[in-house]
Structures are given as C-alpha cells and as structure tokens.
Design a binder for this molecule. Structure first.
Ligand SMILES: [Zn+2]
Length: 256
C-alpha cells in the first residue's frame, strides 16, 4: 500500500470536488484490500451506481468512500438526509471508508472503516435546509458524526500516515461483525450501551457503574420507561456476542 495520490490523467474534470473524487477513488482501487476477507484488491462499480462505490470480487462486500481534504475530524458531510436515514433503516447500506488526505502533500493521511451495522439514525445529523435563494432551495443534507460510533466500529487502516497491519485490521472487522444487529431500532440500544461501557476506564465494571448513564439514556430514548432492564438486556447481548463476561453479583469484565 502506498500513500501517494496519483493526480495524473484526470481527463476533463475541472471542479475541485470532481478531481478529488477521481483521485481518491483511484487510490482505493489501486491500494486498498478487502478488510473483510483480505482479498488483495476491491473493484469499482460502474459510475453513478447509487448503492455503493466498490465491491470485493471475492466476498461481495460493498463499500462506499467518503473523502475530505485536511483532518478527518468528527463529522463528514454527506448527501440528502432523508436518503441516508432510509438507507440505514432499510439495511441497504454498504460499509463506509472515511479517508482524509493532504492536498498539498498529495498523500492519504487517515483511513477508517465503519462497517454498515454500526450506522444508526442517531449518528446522522440534519444540516440546515438550503436557503430560498439556492438552486435546490429547502434541500436538507446531512453530516455523518463519526465520534458517535463506538470505537469497535471505527477501524483504523491508516492513522496519521501509518499503515496498520492487514491481519490486525481483518481481526478487528471480524470482531466487530459479532455486534451485527439487523433491526436498526435494536441496534441503537446495543451501540448506546457499548458507548457507555467504553467510557468506563477499567476493564472490570459493575451494573452500578452503568446505571450512572441512566439519565443520559433516558434522554436519548424518551419513549422507553424501563431503562435499567434495557441496560441489563443489552449486557446479556454483549455477553452472548463475546464482548463482555459476567462475573456474578452485577459485575462484568470487558473481553474484546
Ligand atoms: Zn472480501
């Protein structure tokens, strides 16, 4: 894998965003392996396919690429809000690559993979509708808020120019797939509780530690009036998926 972006022969594209797209897509096509199965390359779909940008010819996993110049930051601007919410709730989402590059240096700096089953509506932020004077007045775009994804779902492939070991990446992807929940309403809960556990510094924790987040979770799920039982249910799910161990008497251990 090389970090260099090849800006040669970009044809008749003129706008900066088009050029950036061509160059970063080319980089993925020439450098990226499939982080699910380790296939040496992934293929690009024909232009303008609405579902995804890339697919693995070996395991068929699909990927979408979002790129930005400069630091990756906490948010990535994406297309229409409603479309994104529909994709997530319809389970039609590909996995996402988030790539940041330095335009001045012509290199890729950061690349993370977020598997599709980590996407929940909570991480899609509505942008302000376009002004009445705009060509698409009233159109509402969205931001993908990366920091809302539990760390288990943000798999680093390149960090500040350092390339992660392919085996480690595949291992993390496999571990993260244990958290796959098809129903998006249930998915939100497991991600929320996992985010709470991630905030606890020690490996061992208790139910009491988690009940500390009760009010925060209640604010997020105002329709639910049984937050504590819901937390315990998610702990069971996380145990069944090999993420935590039950030590007895309301004590738990992180084991990922
Ligand atoms: Zn694959």
């Amino acid at each position: 894998m090389k970090l260099h972006l090849d800006g040669n022969n970009i044809g008749s594209y003129h706008s900066n965003s088009q050029i950036a797209r061509i160059v970063t897509e080319r980089w993925v096509k020439e450098n990226m392996y499939c982080p699910h199965c380790g296939n040496i390359h992934i293929n690009q779909f024909e232009n303008n396919r609405p579902v995804a940008d890339f697919f693995c010819p070996h395991c068929n996993q699909q990927y979408e690429l979002k790129s930005k110049n400069g630091a990756l930051g906490n948010k990535i601007t994406d297309g229409a809000y409603e479309t994104m919410i529909k994709r997530i709730t319809g389970n039609q989402n590909p996995d996402f690559f988030f790539l940041s590059y330095s335009k001045t240096e012509g290199i890729v700096q950061n690349l993370i993979l977020i598997p599709k089953h980590f996407f929940v509506p909570d991480m899609i932020e509505k942008r302000k509708p376009l002004a009445q004077t705009a060509r698409r007045a009233g159109w509402v775009g969205c931001n993908i808020v990366i920091e809302k994804v539990p760390e288990q779902g943000r798999i680093s492939i390149i960090a500040d120019g350092k390339i992660a070991d392919i085996k480690t990446v595949i291992q993390k992807v496999n571990a993260s797939s244990k958290l796959e929940v098809k129903d998006v309403s249930h998915r939100g809960w497991i991600m929320d509780v996992l985010n709470c556990i991630n905030q606890l510094h020690s490996t061992d924790f208790s139910l009491k530690d988690l009940y500390f987040f009760e009010h925060e979770l209640q604010r997020k799920h105002p329709e639910n009036h049984n937050i504590r039982p819901k937390i315990r249910q998610q702990l069971q799910l996380l145990r069944d998926r090999g993420y935590i161990a039950f030590l007895g008497n309301g004590n738990y251990k992180k084991i990922w």
